[in-house]
Design a protein around this ligand. Structure first.
Ligand SMILES: [Zn+2]
Length: 466
């Protein structure tokens, strides 16, 4: 809470009045926020607000910092038929997400400074929310890490295990190249996001299961046991300890993965880790198993699901990200699991799912803000500009109506392929208003205005762009 004397100031742009502000440390009832020039300028009791040109009454509503979704695949360039930035970022805005960090496994991949600049040009003016880009650490000796860092990459991404082939499916570097690149990233001061699976074990597991003619989700699950994940986390942890490289483990799926992350962190490594809404929610009796739930790593057991919930509540896992990974209807609808492309969508509905199920997940509202805004912003160098409702921060805000009932169906899913993993799921409490830097971008389930998202360069940015 902070007070400023506004008695002689001109009117500010906007005051949102009398909601319950939730931040990473607690809840603050009867709180108003003032916005001017795209930033918060005051946060406090209604009586302490400046005169405003516009006022929004938020009585009975919760005010949260806009979600920072640090793991999306909007598929540009090269795979726009799966989704693209305008649709993906629109889904984000509708779901209370105001910042996305987009992955580099595109076609071509974002693995050179020239390609990074091309992606910037491609997305400019077409995103509904603010965005940053990862750069790819691909196979072979990495030669452009510094150029990509200077271009403004927010961090790097490496796929240690890859079972798929074709566009969007980069192979891993070998351990020698990975270790050398991590030394360079330590020097550059950028974090490495890691898809942690043991590549050779994944290929071996798939060959074995296919020989046994398994075609269902259980076959897919058994082809990538938890050891595939925990081995990769421990290996990258050893390399991080040796090089000083900061690492982030994406989409932790297994109890053994959590244990590996905790062990590595306790050895002194700067390691953060995320899980995703599908691993927290599934298996779920009401939803059941659907082949379209195929994702790498797989959704596992009730025991794994519960371990991930607990790890998020205790802070052993730092945050939630959607790993929003759209595919076309044809790519998700085969009746053989090996012909269903891995990946699910989630950027639009994750916040309302977390909100509605938070008691079951063991999360307070404040934990939710920590896991959806504060920690991802801090991990990727965006805090306190993002993920924070304090004077000076970008005025990214989501207003949640705690009494609003919802059902996820194709009509409300903003996607090129609205047949998502959670279709039919019901809950209570959902975003009704999303503000990006003080401007309303989504209201009552509809997008407002035109795309106004800005690029968020990483900490090494040496702009202007090459
Ligand atoms: Zn991903």
């Amino acid at each position: 809470m902070s007070r400023v004397d506004f008695s002689e100031s001109p009117a500010v742009d906007l005051v949102i009045e009398n909601g319950t502000l939730v931040d990473a440390v607690g809840e603050h009832p009867n709180t108003s926020v003032a916005v001017d020039g795209g930033r918060f300028v005051a946060v406090g009791p209604p009586g302490a607000m400046p005169v405003a040109e516009r006022r929004i009454d938020a009585s009975g509503m919760y005010l949260l910092p806009g979600m920072v979704d640090a793991h999306v695949h909007f598929r540009e360039p090269g795979m726009e038929y799966k989704e693209g930035f305008p649709v993906g970022s629109g889904a984000a805005a509708l779901g209370g997400v105001t910042t996305v960090l987009d992955m580099p496994n595109t076609e071509p991949p974002t693995d050179t400074a020239v390609r990074f600049a091309e992606k910037l040009d491609l997305v400019r003016g077409r995103s509904w929310v603010d965005y940053g880009f990862y750069a790819l650490l691909g196979p072979g000796e990495a030669t452009e890490l510094e150029g990509l860092a200077d271009s403004g990459a927010v961090g790097f991404k490496v796929f240690l295990g890859q079972s798929e082939q074709g566009p969007g499916c980069p192979l891993p570097p070998d351990d020698g190249d990975l270790h050398a690149a991590m030394g360079e990233l330590a020097r550059l001061g950028l974090r490495l996001a890691v898809h942690a699976e043991n590549h050779a074990m994944v290929l071996h597991g798939i060959a074995k299961v296919k020989a046994g003619r398994g075609t269902g989700l259980e076959a897919h699950r058994s082809s990538r046991p938890p050891l595939v994940e925990s081995e990769a986390i421990r290996r990258v942890g050893l390399f991080a300890a040796d090089t000083g490289c900061a690492v982030h483990i994406v989409h932790v799926s297994a109890a053994e993965g959590v244990a590996a992350a905790v062990t590595v962190r306790s050895s002194g490594v700067d390691l953060t880790a995320e899980t995703c809404p599908h691993y927290l929610l599934l298996p779920d009796e009401a939803i059941g198993e659907r082949l379209r739930h195929r994702v790498n790593p797989p959704i596992r057991t009730l025991g794994d699901r519960d371990a991930l919930r607990k790890a998020l509540a205790t802070g052993d896992l730092q945050f939630v990200a959607s790993d929003h990974a759209p595919h076309s209807p044809a790519e998700k609808s085969a009746n053989d699991v090996w012909r269903v492309r891995p990946g699910v969508i989630g950027v639009q509905h994750q916040l309302q799912i977390l909100w509605s199920r938070r008691d079951e997940f063991g999360l307070s509202r404040s934990d939710l803000v920590r896991a959806t805004a504060f920690e991802p912003a801090r991990t990727w160098g965006l805090w306190p500009r993002k993920g924070s409702v304090t004077p000076g921060a970008d005025a990214d805000l989501v207003v949640i109506d705690p009494n609003r009932p919802w059902t996820i169906d194709e009509d409300v899913t903003h996607s090129a392929n609205p047949e998502g993993p959670f279709a039919g799921l019901r809950g209570t409490g959902a975003p009704v208003l999303t503000l990006l830097r003080g401007s309303v971008v989504a209201k009552g389930g509809r997008l407002v205005g035109s795309p106004s998202g800005n690029w968020l360069p990483g900490s090494r940015w040496r702009g202007p762009r090459p």
